[in-house]
Write a protein that binds this ligand. Structure first.
Ligand code: ACM
Length: 380
């Protein structure tokens, strides 16, 4: 028997999501998804009779704080598995810590791809699971001229590089590309929206995150622009941001994601009622809550079998694990440690929910390096 098997102590895990600062609007919901799953697992008896105990820190939307707290969790708190991070810059700050100390980071957020670490399980969408379908959908329904607006950090710049490539291959064009400070205020969007008015693109493709999302859509509404003609399309605008900007402001805009609150399947209904019982009947789930929730269940499934928090044992057990997530059955792809996920495109309605416009016929294997899309040579 290993040391892990003898003790009756809780399984301690690290949890790093911001409850303050400009990313709290979405990271707070990832914390909720994590805690919902932990309580569900513990209420059902825990893992082999032992509860999961979260050790929580609030990195306050500051990427470097994620790295510092990850180190504190692993060195001072004796934690080996961490659930956390929304922005790619916070993931990049955490990566060297988990790699050096051989921890396991569970990352429940869509990202730009082109990364692999044996110390990370990626459960949000890679570009082949969201950007590609969104590009095709937008070109078919709105037109070929895109204007890119992003927050100024790695995810938007890389995500736009990929979207530009998809567009070029399909005969589309980028007619503008602007970035705002991650902590940017509403005024920063005014000159950008003036430029949008002048250029008259068919679509605005937004990779703005956090509070900036709210300012972008509100500025768009202030300019009297019409989503029926020129929507904002995004991979990062979820139900949480739509609620924060005002459902009337978000109505008619488009997002691609594996999961929306508007999805009505057996597993999504069960998940939504669990979430609403905890947080209030008016609360909406979103893709980030859902990924945070299902990744904890995948962890629990693997831990039940390893009965040990040893990172190498856990990772081996996690690969190929399947789970009936609210979005549909998902699986951890053994090649890359990324989740195979569903692709959906939704249009926001007046209640802040997304109505599904497109759904992949089956789940899409994660291809973070776009190897299956060999013609995108510039992407490597
Ligand atoms: C992100 O920064 N991965 C949205």
């Amino acid at each position: 028997m290993t040391k892990d098997q003898k003790t009756s102590e809780p399984w301690r895990v690290g949890v790093l999501f911001s409850r303050s600062g400009f990313m709290a609007v979405i990271e707070e919901t990832q914390l909720r998804g994590t805690m919902t799953a932990i309580d569900e697992i513990n209420d059902a008896g825990g893992i082999n009779g032992r509860p999961i105990e979260p050790v929580l820190y609030d990195p306050s939307s500051e990427p470097s704080a994620f790295g510092r707290y990850a180190k504190k969790l692993m060195v001072d708190d004796g934690v080996t598995t961490i659930f956390g991070c929304y922005t790619s810059s916070s993931r990049k700050a955490t990566l060297p810590v988990v790699e050096r100390l051989n921890g396991l980071l569970w990352y429940p957020t869509l990202y730009e791809g082109f990364e692999f670490s044996p110390n990370v399980i990626y459960t949000g969408a890679a570009p082949n699971q969201n950007s590609m379908a969104l590009c095709r959908f937008l070109m078919a329904h709105y037109g070929k001229r895109f204007f890119f607006i992003g927050s100024d950090y790695i995810y938007p710049r890389e995500s736009n590089r990929i979207m530009r490539e998809f567009l070029r291959e399909s005969g589309g064009e980028v007619v503008g590309e602007r970035y705002v400070n991650l902590r940017g205020k509403r005024e920063e969007f005014i000159p950008i929206m003036k430029e949008v008015e002048n250029r008259r693109p068919d679509v605005i493709f937004s990779t703005v995150v956090g509070d900036g999302t709210i300012f972008l859509y509100q500025t768009y509404a202030d300019f009297g622009l019409d989503p029926k003609v020129m929507p904002i399309a995004s991979l990062t605008t979820a139900e949480a941001e739509i609620r924060a900007m005002g459902c009337d402001v978000g109505e008619g805009h488009i997002t691609a994601a594996p999961y929306f609150d508007g999805l009505n399947t057996k597993f999504s209904e069960a998940f939504k009622s669990l979430y609403r019982r905890r947080y209030g009947e008016d609360e909406l789930t979103n893709m980030c809550v859902e990924a945070a929730y299902f990744q904890m269940h995948i962890f629990a499934k693997a831990l039940r079998r390893t009965n040990s928090m040893d990172t190498d044992l856990l990772r081996t057990m996690v690969l190929n694990t399947e789970f009936d997530a609210p979005q549909g059955r998902v699986s951890i792809n053994p090649q890359y440690g990324h989740a195979d996920l569903w692709t959906r495109i939704g249009k926001a309605n007046r209640r802040g929910q997304f109505e599904i416009q497109y759904e992949s016929p089956s789940r899409i294997s994660a291809d973070p390096y776009l190897i299956g899309y060999g013609r995108c040579t510039a992407l490597g």
